[in-house]
Design a protein around this ligand. Structure first.
Ligand SMILES: Cc1ncc(COP(=O)(O)O)c(C=O)c1O
Length: 377
């Protein structure tokens, strides 16, 4: 089964130029979003920003957004809207009333913005980070010592491994640990349904710009009742666009000030409404998952034929490496052939996302280029 790629290409101009194997931080810009933005701009020009109905024009999409969120399984009014995962994590950490010497537990290879948000709390409240080598190690630490907060990714950005957040939450509840989940790589990858992630953490942060084909600028936090009771209402006013200095002993590949450049909610909202409608009407959420499964199987088969070892296959995010080139070289070489993949920062791996805009002929092209780059006949 292959989708009508023409509809996808027509709706997402970026797909016309390149073969995308990436759910990185860019997101795609749907063609309809340009059109809607134009309409808005024309109105604003016509009436001026001081027109009393200006904000009604701007908020035109909120009703639709609300309906979508409720259709996905949660009450819109119970969610907190932010501009990105990084901002949501920052917000979640800052909601928690940490005290001096409190302990925050993180995995050593956690995504940098989770680490950054935790480090900000360390600086602000003089608490401490405890580093775990693995999930099993983290569970052991929670059982053996007093931990105040634990943050983890639902789906690992490195190898697509799916963590059992339900099990972890039940341990955290038992030990009174505030549990934050980074859902950046899970909604749209392992599920489209928000019901399945409710009651699995105190703060569940997810975004629309990765697996929902949306431009960046929109993310949500689903807080638990426990979180809402525990966190001071004053913290609700927190708006996480402040930039922080990098502590000396930590190096980040990106720019820390990126965190403040996410306040693009408007495009994000319009984009999400457009992409949700597109997937629902043109593809169907169940079909999308089926398509991804079949593409993943095909990708794995082709990888095996080409002697490439894939790291983990829990989800549609796959990681592997070349025995000949570094991950940066591989990304660069693919880019020269019009194929977009991404390195996994601070590792030797590249990642490939099996997304709904991928079909078998794209996968064939991918391996053809792989062979060419590696000079295999
Ligand atoms: C696991 C994980 N967390 C957080 C982020 C950052 O998301 P955002 O760009 O919405 O801040 C990413 C982006 O790649 C990610 O993969």
């Amino acid at each position: 089964m292959d989708f009508n790629t023409k509809a996808l290409k027509d709706s997402f101009p970026a797909l016309k130029k390149s073969l995308y194997f990436n759910t990185g931080s860019e997101g795609l810009f749907p063609r309809n979003t340009y059109k809607v933005l134009h309409r808005h701009l024309n109105r604003v020009f016509k009436y001026g920003g001081s027109h009393p109905d200006y904000f009604k024009f701007i908020n035109l999409y909120n009703e639709k957004l609300k309906l979508i969120i409720e259709e996905m399984g949660v009450n819109y009014n119970d969610t907190i809207k932010v501009a990105s995962i990084s901002e949501g994590l920052n917000f979640s950490f800052n909601m928690f009333p940490f005290k001096k010497n409190d302990k925050i537990l993180l995995l050593k290879n956690e995504f940098k913005t989770v680490v950054l948000a935790a480090i900000c709390c360390v600086k602000k409240y003089e608490c401490e980070i405890i580093w775990a080598d693995s999930i099993e190690h983290a569970q052991k630490i929670i059982t053996e010592q007093k931990i105040h907060a634990f943050a983890v990714s639902h789906v690992s950005y490195i190898d697509g491994k799916v963590n059992d957040i339900k099990g972890l939450y039940s341990l955290c509840k038992e030990k009174d640990v505030f549990f934050i989940v980074d859902g950046a790589q899970s909604i749209g990858n392992i599920t489209w349904n928000l019901k399945s992630v409710v009651n699995c953490s105190d703060m569940y942060v997810w975004t629309t710009h990765k697996w929902f084909l949306s431009p960046r600028g929109l993310a949500f936090i689903i807080p638990s009742q426990n979180a809402l009771q525990k966190c001071s209402p004053v913290c609700l006013n927190y708006f996480a666009t402040k930039t922080f200095e990098t502590p000396d002993n930590i190096s980040f590949t990106g720019n820390i000030s990126d965190m403040s450049n996410h306040a693009n909610n408007f495009n994000g909202e319009i984009g999400f409404v457009q992409t949700y409608k597109f997937i629902k009407k043109k593809i169907g959420f169940d079909n999308a998952l089926k398509q991804n499964n079949s593409n993943k199987e095909y990708f794995l088969k082709m990888a095996k034929e080409n002697n490439i070892e894939i790291k983990n296959t829990d989800s549609f995010l796959l990681a592997f490496k070349s025995s000949k080139y570094t991950n940066e070289q591989i990304v660069d070489k693919f880019y020269r052939h019009g194929i977009i993949i991404r390195t996994i920062p601070n590792t030797e791996f590249v990642r490939v996302s099996i997304h709904i805009y991928i079909n078998r002929s794209m996968i064939n092209s991918f391996f053809k280029i792989w062979k060419k780059i590696h000079k295999i006949n």
